[in-house]
Design a binder for this molecule. Structure first.
Ligand SMILES: CC(C)(COP(=O)(O)OP(=O)(O)OC[C@H]1O[C@@H](n2cnc3c(N)ncnc32)[C@H](O)[C@@H]1OP(=O)(O)O)[C@@H](O)C(=O)NCCC(=O)NCCS
Length: 254
């Protein structure tokens, strides 16, 4: 038996490239980029509904203006006089549990709670109780700007049009109502929460969560990096908020 390490993603031989068994030239001619992303992450070809949803997921997070932390990261690195790859990598490194990363945490929680006994409403009520007990926020809910996140509504409407609403989307919608009852105010499902519900219904492992955001956001980060380079002065003042110093008074080393 061979002692070589194994990979199940792409087979390469001179003049031949097969991704998950499919010839790259056939993929180039027959699949969209979103369908190919689905194939490489899931291992199989998507259905029509899954292809449309995957495309919508990748488009949804492509950019959200100049304020998100990842964009400020990319622009700051570029402004410091670095290369495109350094600037984009800087932006990707800023993506974390509270920015873009909510997909991962939200999918993990929904995948756990959607397995439990009861209707989506009963699961949602149990989950809200658990969040309260553990003093946790529900990742994928709430938004600084949007009362109704238009990307969430569109993702769910595509899913509905294809009759694709599974147990995670149902739980996600029930959770929005249960949180409103418990907190006395509406916390909208944000795009991370909606993507988490959709990828969970597609059968993706929650550990892939941040990956969907990264794949979607990199073109936006490239656009910001190039705009920074071509439009702005080097090392400009980035981060518009004024701040005060509240550290120790001036002192001497004795
Ligand atoms: C996105 C987010 C930072 C926006 O926050 P915000 O609108 O500025 O609201 P605040 O952080 O000031 O919170 C306001 C109140 O709502 C509550 N709240 C906000 N989001 C909540 C959530 N996801 N779950 C439970 N409670 C939440 C807070 O506990 C706070 O309650 P209090 O007034 O009793 O203290 C926030 O909703 C959040 O942390 N969401 C979870 C992480 C997430 O989904 N991130 C991805 C964003 S696209």
């Amino acid at each position: 038996m061979s002692e070589n390490w194994k990979t199940s993603i792409t087979k390469i031989e001179p003049g031949k490239i097969h991704v998950k068994g499919y010839n790259i030239t056939d993929i180039m001619e027959n699949l969209s980029y979103a369908e190919t992303v689905y194939l490489i992450l899931k291992g199989e070809l998507p259905s029509k509904a899954e292809a449309e949803l995957m495309n919508a997921i990748l488009v949804a997070s492509i950019d959200h203006g100049a304020t998100p932390p990842s964009v400020l990261g990319t622009r700051t690195v570029m402004s410091g006089g670095n290369s495109l790859n350094a600037a984009v990598a800087g932006g990707v490194l800023v993506i974390g549990d509270t920015h873009g990363g909510a997909i991962e945490q939200s999918a993990q929680i929904m995948q756990e709670w959607a397995q439990k006994e009861g209707t989506p409403e009963e699961q949602a009520a149990g989950l809200v109780g658990w969040l309260k007990e553990n003093k946790k926020r529900m990742p994928g809910f709430g938004h600084r700007l949007h009362n109704v996140d238009p990307r969430t509504a569109k993702l769910f409407s595509i899913a509905e049009r294809h009759g694709y609403s599974g147990k995670h989307i149902e739980l996600c919608k029930a959770l929005e109502k249960a949180l409103e009852i418990k907190l006395g105010k509406k916390l909208p499902i944000n795009v991370d929460g909606a993507i988490a519900a959709v990828i969970s219904d597609m059968g993706f492992d929650w550990r892939l969560g941040k990956g969907f955001f990264i794949i979607s956001r990199v073109p936006g980060l490239i656009a910001h990096a190039i705009e920074e380079k071509t439009r702005e002065k080097p090392m400009r003042k980035l981060g518009p908020l004024p701040f005060d110093y509240d550290g120790p008074d001036e002192r001497e080393i004795k």
